[in-house]
Design a protein around this ligand. Structure first.
Ligand code: DC
Length: 242
């Protein structure tokens, strides 16, 4: 992925590591996206949805017929990715453009998520995206959500959260989200796909899904979004102020 050149490497690296980061990791459909966006808004921080980058590569591979196992081609694709974030979607979130096409909705499709999970298991793809993710660290702070934010991308984050929820609760939440977006969905297929995605994301050799040893773990199976947000916000504020 393209990235700007820092003007003074020594200075910018010191300043860079003092910028606070909150990481939110967890399995598919655990509610991390919603939580991360609400938290970023409450803290006035920037937001990095790292899954989006893997989804863009998955989408591009499906669109251009690149096999999901061709590591060299997919790593090149990741290095050449030039997304634009411009304008708003109908829902009011930032619109995502790739090569002149508005992809905000297409990237949320279940098959794109599955393709993303497959390309994300490749070390070459992950390496090509690392720097671009770290460059999202900007003042006054960043909330980053994904699978390896607290373990690999921002191991020095001041506040780390690991969200879990039972697979059935996650499938129900994802089903509701997809139907609300007008995207086709089937609860039985979803349950199976989420289960497979969990196994792939947690079982891969490189940057597997797991909680950082210093992460606060929250099981949200029976918790309301507002309750989780209040708990996480209080924890992060205490970490940021302490
Ligand atoms: O969070 P998501 O469902 O949009 O992510 C799509 C896939 O991308 C997910 O199944 C695994 C991969 N991913 C990853 O490996 N590392 C990240 N930091 C974020 C996502």
């Amino acid at each position: 992925m393209n990235s700007p050149t820092p003007s003074s490497p020594a200075l910018s690296s010191a300043v860079h590591s003092s910028i606070p980061v909150v990481t939110i990791d967890g399995p598919a459909a655990s509610g991390k996206g919603t939580l991360a966006a609400s938290l970023a808004a409450a803290l006035g921080f920037h937001l990095l949805d790292s899954g989006l980058f893997y989804r863009m590569i998955g989408w591009k591979a499906l669109d251009s017929g690149v096999p999901l196992s061709d590591e060299a081609a997919l790593a090149r694709l990741a290095a050449d990715l030039r997304p634009r974030f411009e304008g708003k979607t109908e829902e009011g979130s930032e619109a995502i453009w790739l090569e002149g096409r508005e992809l905000s909705l297409a990237l949320r499709r279940q098959e794109v998520g599955t393709a993303a999970s497959k390309v994300a298991a490749l070390a070459g793809v992950r390496a090509a995206l690392l720097q671009a993710q770290r460059e999202a660290r900007r003042m006054p702070g960043l909330v980053a959500d994904g699978r390896d934010m607290g373990t690999v991308v921002f191991p020095d984050a001041i506040c780390k959260i690991f969200i879990t929820a039972g697979v059935e609760a996650r499938a129900q939440r994802r089903y509701k989200q997809l139907i609300e977006k007008g995207l086709p969905s089937n609860i039985t297929t979803l349950l199976q796909e989420i289960g497979e995605r969990d196994a792939r994301d947690a079982g891969r050799d490189v940057a597997p899904l797991k909680a950082a040893p210093d992460a606060l773990e929250i099981d949200t199976t029976t918790l309301d979004v507002a309750v989780v947000l209040a708990q996480v916000l209080a924890y992060c504020r205490s970490r940021l102020e302490g």
